[in-house]
Write a protein that binds this ligand. Sequence first.
Ligand code: AMP
Length: 417
Amino acid sequence: MKIDDYNFAGKKAIVRVDFNVPLDENGHVTDDTRIRGALPTLKAILEKGGSLIIMSHMGKPKGKVNPKMSLLQIKDVVAKALGRDVKFAPDCADASEMAAALKPGEVLLLENLRFHPEEEGKPVGIEKTDPGYDAAKKEMKELQKAFAKKLASYADVYVNDAFGTAHRKHASTAVIADYFKPEDKMLGYLMEKEVHAVDKILSDIKRPFTAIMGGSKVSTKIGIIENLMDKVDNLILCGGMTYTFAKAQGGNVGNSICELDKLDLARDIMKKAKEKGVNLVLGTDCVAADAFSNDAHTQICSVMDIPEGWEGLDAGPETRKQFANVIKDAKTILWNGPAGVFEFDNFTAGSRAIAEAIVEATNKGAFSLVGGGDSVACVNKFGLANDVSYVSTGGGALLEAIEGKVLPGIAAIKGDK
Ligand code: AMP
């Protein structure tokens, strides 16, 4: 079933969105990309005469109520974006009356799903290694089903538009789908677009295919790096990972972020790249700082020879040129993870050089996909989000989809779990 083909008139639609937006210390939304991303689906349902029950998580409250992660903080932003009033249900598991009272065109926002441990379905207060864990897990799975059933009871139709959590088998992203008939559940527009973008990267590759992986650690990116090795022509590894690779090759990395237990892994990646004929591009110079601060003193040095007490916080000028040269001739581009601590204005040059080269390639006809919270924040910061082919709202979900894994959130709707 598709949104365009469904008759929402007089129907209540429960829509899982990803409103896990960043907030400042006063609870104000600092980046509304995810809210804007869900608007086409939400507006279409309202325009077709439906009413909306919107549900999302925010942060990691670990099954407990935490006012700092309350969706009440974004209610007005959502209302403004939709151009209508939004009612608020302070407990997502106790909203039957409010849902039942909704009239066509009305909107109800449920409180953070993750205030209930049933959403994620992980047993609370017990470790995997504890004796009763299996029994506790089984019990929690039952509770999760009941929670999902409760959410489902609010509505006639279920729409999943939360790509950011599609890789999780949570109550609201997957389990809930069991309580709707096949013709009463569907993906939202954003999900459809995300799936299409992933498809282009997986099955419609124009070469050269260049992937740029950055961020802080090798360990969190290893699955995707290994997987990409079979697909890409060029693999640029940047950001904090640079220093693990430099150390693995005998370099002195000073205070730079470095995973000492991943040196063998780094050497293995280099060996595999050679075997597979992948052009692995690693930074050669960096902007080193004498403190982890925007105002630190800086110097340019080789990634292999960073003085004691200094740390590499951004790609150096040589590296930026080298990266840009590889990127600008690519025909398919995937970017995940910044090349430096881009949150500090003085350490954005590496990420900016990457973003600008991606835009140049895109203008020459390449398909470019930027995904993962931090790379998206980068293109937004540089005002270039509209100049790449597709900006994904998914981080982990995007990477898992590109690794070729079936995403539970999508499988639950398509029925192929
Ligand atoms: P990840 O969550 O692994 O994608 O990493 C994103 C984070 O990596 C951002 O917050 C960056 O500030 C950080 N990062 C990028 N380069 C470095 C670096 N050279 N040193 C420390 N952190 C970095």
